[in-house]
Write a protein of this length. Structure first.
Length: 529
């Protein structure tokens, strides 16, 4: 991997839609060697569609999303050389809308990681550079670090990622781009290699909220092939309530106070002791600016937040243990020949040899953790307790949001909530109920990469345990299945005593309120204009 990084000037450059497919691929060939964001570049379509709402838009796809014209390896040696016979639903919709799929992006193996350090293809380097002349290697975040880096380096306009516990929002924050984890079930997971089914979401990264919204509008559709896809009824009910809320907001706002009528919640648990001081000031400046524009800022409490991270790692690892059991080297995945003299009649030994050889250390660690959590001795104390904590987290969110939850709540209960006074008018809402939440996307800026040897191998300045703590602010929304958008804090708000690297601000809403979340995200984005 090359040593040069893309300069800040190049990172922020935006290519015109008139740039040809060949030119985009040339840009990737020139910039990718120092970043390693792309692991495969797809050739231009022989017959470009030339029409559709995304005509001419270049899109990169994370390496765990199936594409018929390129390998899908999940950045794992276990799936080295695997080429799917079909496109994932999300990819199919993009192609039908005229998008140009330019390639596959690097990621943590099977989506397990917060830095993009655990990849069979090697680590990805954050392309962002501060204003100093010092070239500094930092992690892009994971697991969708390749997608975030590709957007930040100007190698594509939009990128697909997946988010299980923060895998889109962390890279977006570290790389200074916009990243959306949508409401669970709104974008089809069919064709996405599963890590944790109840948490995985396909999401969108781009340099502007408008590009994210445009792409999300194409992808947010019911898919009969995805058993977790939100039903048309849930989508319709939620859409009606959100549209009413947006209409009231539009009616109350004016030119001087564009956020009048919007209730913004600030959860106290999202400012933990681990939060870097350089992150606090920019987020406070954003909140202050929103308040100056008419938003009502409401301090709130989500008491179960402190238990969310522990619950997440138990549940995600347990589901991963189950999902990755299929990669045994016999039915699926690479097969390792048993050593000479071994008893080949023992199937379990053959499985162990292949899985030990082709799964990376982080994947092995999480499989073992998840397998233990599902054993008879640990099931009640770990897995069931984690499920109870997850429900408490959901309950916390449902209590503080003024909008009802039409996906995880009984339809009759949600309908009653939507007709209640607290859901119909901001002025009559309970004092602690809010429309959206604002909080930091990550506890710090991008961690530094430190060389471990004379080779290109790197480690994080954080310990292995610290890398898990990176998700502390993102996993609650994942456990609850809520939409969350990370938007870069305006540069003028950054702490002068900080390190100059991007800081993400997260906007979180009730299930199905993705449009409201993106509207607020655009306001945050415009604070830097």
């Amino acid at each position: 991997m090359g040593s040069c990084l893309v300069s800040r000037r190049l990172v922020t450059s935006r290519r015109s839609l008139t740039t040809t497919a060949d030119q985009w691929r040339q840009i990737i060939h020139e910039r990718n060697p120092g970043i390693n964001a792309f692991v495969h570049i797809t050739p231009p379509a022989k017959v470009p569609s030339g029409h559709g709402p995304l005509a001419g838009t270049t899109v990169a796809v994370k390496d765990n999303i199936a594409t018929v014209d390129s390998d899908t390896t999940c950045s794992s040696k276990m799936l080295d050389g695997f080429q799917p016979p079909f496109d994932a639903t999300a990819v199919k919709l993009l192609r039908e809308a005229g998008a140009d799929i330019v390639g596959k992006t690097n990621c943590d193996e099977f989506g397990m990681g917060s830095l993009n350090a655990y990849s069979y293809h090697g680590p990805t380097v954050n392309p962002y550079q501060d204003s100093s002349d010092k070239l500094e290697r930092r992690w892009p975040g994971g697991s969708s670090g390749g997608s975030a880096a590709a957007v930040a380096a100007g190698m594509c306009q939009v990128a697909l990622g997946t988010d299980t516990g923060g895998s889109i929002r962390l890279p977006a924050s570290y790389c200074g781009v916009v990243g959306l984890k949508p409401s669970y079930g709104l974008i089809s997971r069919w064709g996405v290699v599963a890590y944790a089914d109840s948490l995985d979401c396909v999401g969108v990264l781009a340099s502007k909220v408008g590009d994210v919204r445009r792409t999300f509008g194409i992808l947010s559709t019911y898919d009969l092939r995805d058993p977790t896809s939100a039903t048309p009824e849930a989508r319709s009910r939620s859409s009606k309530v959100v549209k009413k809320r947006l209409s009231r907001w539009d009616a109350e706002r004016d030119a001087t106070k564009p956020l009048r009528g919007l209730r913004v919640g600030i959860p106290q648990e999202y400012f933990p002791s681990e939060l870097s001081p350089a992150v606090i000031k920019p987020v406070r400046n954003v909140i202050k600016s929103l308040q100056e524009q008419g938003a009502s800022v409401v301090p709130i409490s989500l008491p179960s937040t402190s238990y969310a991270l522990s619950s997440y790692y138990v549940l995600a690892s347990a589901e991963a243990s189950s999902n990755l059991a299929r990669y045994d080297g016999i039915q699926y995945g690479s097969h390792a020949r048993p050593p000479p003299g071994s008893d080949v009649s023992k199937t379990s030994r053959n499985y162990a040899i292949s899985r030990t050889k082709y799964f990376g250390p982080e994947v092995q660690k999480r499989i073992l953790l998840g397998t233990y959590a599902l054993t008879a001795d640990a099931f009640d104390n770990y897995f069931l307790q984690a499920q109870r904590v997850r429900q408490l987290v959901k309950n916390d969110f449902n209590k503080i949001f003024s909008l009802p939850n039409f996906y995880f709540t009984d339809p009759l209960v949600a309908s009653e909530q939507s007709r209640s006074p607290s859901s119909s008018s901001s002025s009559s809402a309970a004092p602690t109920q809010v429309d959206i939440l604002i909080h930091p996307s990550a506890i710090r800026t991008a961690p530094k990469m430190q060389p471990t040897t004379a080779t290109s191998e790197h480690k994080s300045e954080a310990t292995d345990t610290d890398s898990y703590v990176q998700d502390v602010l993102t996993v609650p929304a994942s456990l609850a299945g809520l939409p969350a958008l990370s938007v870069p804090a305006p540069k003028r708000f950054l702490d002068r005593e900080g390190d100059g690297w991007p800081i993400g601000v997260s906007v979180v809403g009730q299930w199905g309120s993705d449009e409201l979340v993106m509207r607020v995200g655009e306001v945050v984005e415009q604070l830097g204009a």
